[in-house]
Design a protein around this ligand. Structure first.
Ligand code: PRP
Length: 177
C-alpha cells in the first residue's frame, strides 16, 4: 500500500514576506550602487527570487542557472550537474546567488565553484531557508532567511516530485503508512 501524505504549514506566508523584507534591506544596504548580477537557481528559487527582487529599488540584473542533483524524489545523489548554464558574463560583476534552500550544501558549493572560476568581483549567497543538520559540505550563507528543521519541506517554490511549488506557505510533509 502506498503511503498517504498530509501537508502541514511550517512557515506561514506572512512570516516569509517579513523575512524577505529584512533580506531585501540587508541586500540594498550592501549592493545599492553596484548593479549586482542576481542569479537564481531553478527551479526552486523562482518564487523567492521574484518576491526578493521586487523589493530592491535600485538597478539589478538577473539570470538563472539550473542544476540537477537529486537521484530520486527526496535523496540527493551527491552528484551535481549543470543543466542550464549562465548566459550573462560574470567577470568583474558583483554576484549574488539566490537559493530557496541550502540542504546538504552540495548545490550551492558546486555553483560557487562554477561562478568563482568566472572571476566575479564579489560573490555572495542569499538563501531563504537553511537546513544545517543535513549539511555534507560547508557553505557560508551571507544573507539567510530562516533555519528549518529536518523535515520534508514543500511549498513557496520547493517541490515534491514537481508538485506543491505553488503553495504560498512553506509546509512539511507528514507520511502516513
Ligand atoms: C533543491 C533546492 C536547492 C537544492 C538544495 O533543488 O532548490 O537548489 O535542492 O539542496 P542541497 O543543498 O542538498 O544541494 P532541486 O535539486 O530539488 O531542484 P529544483 O530546484 O528544480 O526543485
Amino acid at each position: 500500500m502506498s503511503p498517504q501524505a498530509k501537508i502541514h504549514p511550517l512557515i506561514r506566508r506572512e512570516k516569509i514576506q517579513a523575512t524577505i523584507d529584512r533580506l531585501a534591506s540587508e541586500i540594498a544596504r550592501d549592493y545599492r550602487d553596484k548593479n549586482p548580477l542576481i542569479i537564481g537557481v531553478l527551479k526552486g528559487s523562482f518564487v523567492f527570487m521574484a518576491d526578493l527582487v521586487r523589493r530592491l529599488d535600485f538597478p539589478v540584473e538577473m539570470d538563472f542557472v539550473r542544476v540537477s542533483s537529486y537521484g530520486n524524489q527526496c535523496e540527493t545523489s551527491g552528484k551535481v550537474k549543470l543543466v542550464r548554464c549562465l548566459a550573462t558574463p560574470v567577470k568583474g560583476r558583483d554576484v549574488l546567488l539566490v537559493e530557496d534552500i541550502v540542504d546538504t550544501g552540495l548545490t550551492t558549493s558546486f555553483l560557487l565553484g562554477y561562478l568563482k572560476r568566472k572571476r566575479p568581483n564579489s560573490l555572495k549567497v542569499c538563501a531563504l531557508t537553511n537546513k544545517p543538520c543535513r549539511r555534507k559540505t560547508p557553505v557560508a550563507i551571507d544573507y539567510l532567511g530562516l533555519e528549518v528543521p529536518d523535515k520534508f519541506i514543500v511549498g513557496y517554490g520547493i517541490d515534491w516530485d514537481e508538485k506543491y511549488r505553488n503553495l504560498p506557505d512553506i509546509c512539511f510533509v507528514e507520511m502516513e503508512c
